[in-house]
Design a protein around this ligand. Structure first.
Ligand SMILES: NC(=O)c1ccc[n+]([C@@H]2O[C@H](COP(=O)([O-])OP(=O)(O)OC[C@H]3O[C@@H](n4cnc5c(N)ncnc54)[C@H](OP(=O)(O)O)[C@@H]3O)[C@@H](O)[C@H]2O)c1
Length: 234
């Protein structure tokens, strides 16, 4: 893909100050997008944005705060007048050693607030701008841990939130199809980040599948679940 293709377009990546979100922002900026990284801590976010270079900015967006998405959408509309790509990347509480029969309700509620309701609120807030783009792309960064086909014991908070995010992906894709917005869920694979721990694949490889879904052509898929551009079972 050549770098001029996306110049003039604006992309927002939630949880963009580190990990897969930051690398996704870097790759989108390389493709010519103006990139906004949504962050909880604006000072840290601005430092991260500076590292990425000229067309990357941080924007305050704690997805777990009920009004933050609407505030961020109003700011993006006022300052940029458009949004072409939304990447719902922010997530917490990978809990592989936890068990559903010994539920930590605080952790489970926090996981839903960020991983599901956060992504949902951000999608709602930015849907009008994505629709107005005419070529909007919404990527929900999910996980194979949310695949019902392979679900087993453990990670009850994380897996149920990602399964719910996948369901939301299907519904949003149907509701936004008429506006030309392609909505897909993407598993980045096991990636070496603070969440993934050591041993996973490099950031660039994990983020590439997210960028693939963010830059689909108009006749690309919608309502799907992918890793590295290939379908995953629900
Ligand atoms: N790493 C893997 O192996 C793997 C595998 C499958 C799926 N994933 C998915 O990939 C995505 C990124 O994961 P990662 O490994 O890069 O995780 P990470 O290194 O833990 O980074 C998570 C990011 O989300 C942000 N965040 C958390 N809560 C937030 C909130 N309420 N509002 C805004 N931002 C918030 C964090 O910001 P702070 O710095 O403020 O905490 C951080 O920037 C997640 O959706 C994850 O579930 C990762």
């Amino acid at each position: 893909m050549n770098t001029t293709t996306h110049s003039g377009k604006v992309a927002l990546v939630t949880g963009g100050n580190r990990g897969i979100g930051l690398e996704t922002g870097r790759q989108l900026a390389e493709l010519g997008f103006t990139v906004l990284i949504g962050v909880r801590n604006l000072a840290k976010g601005e430092a991260a944005a500076r590292e990425l270079g000229g067309n990357v900015e941080a924007i305050a967006l704690d997805v777990a705060a009920p009004d933050a998405a609407a505030r961020a959408a109003a700011e993006v509309e006022r300052r940029f007048g458009r949004l072409d790509v939304l990447v719902n990347n922010a997530a917490i509480h990978y809990d592989p050693s936890a068990r559903a029969l010994k539920p930590d309700w605080t952790m489970i509620r926090e996981a839903f607030e960020t991983n599901v309701f956060g992504a949902w609120r951000v999608a709602v807030a930015f849907a009008p701008l994505l629709s107005a783009s005419g070529h909007g792309r919404l990527v929900n960064v999910s996980s194979e841990g949310g695949s019902l086909a392979s679900m087993g014991a453990g990670a009850p908070a994380y897996s149920t939130t990602k399964a719910t995010l996948n369901a939301l992906t299907r519904i949003l894709s149907a509701e936004l199809r008429g506006a030309g917005v392609l909505v897909n869920a993407v598993c980045p694979g096991w990636v070496a980040t603070d969440m993934g721990g050591p041993g996973g694949r490099p950031l660039a490889q994990g983020a590439a599948g997210v960028v693939w879904a963010a830059t689909l052509p108009d006749d690309g898929p919608t309502g799907g679940f992918f890793r590295d551009g290939r379908k995953l079972p629900w």
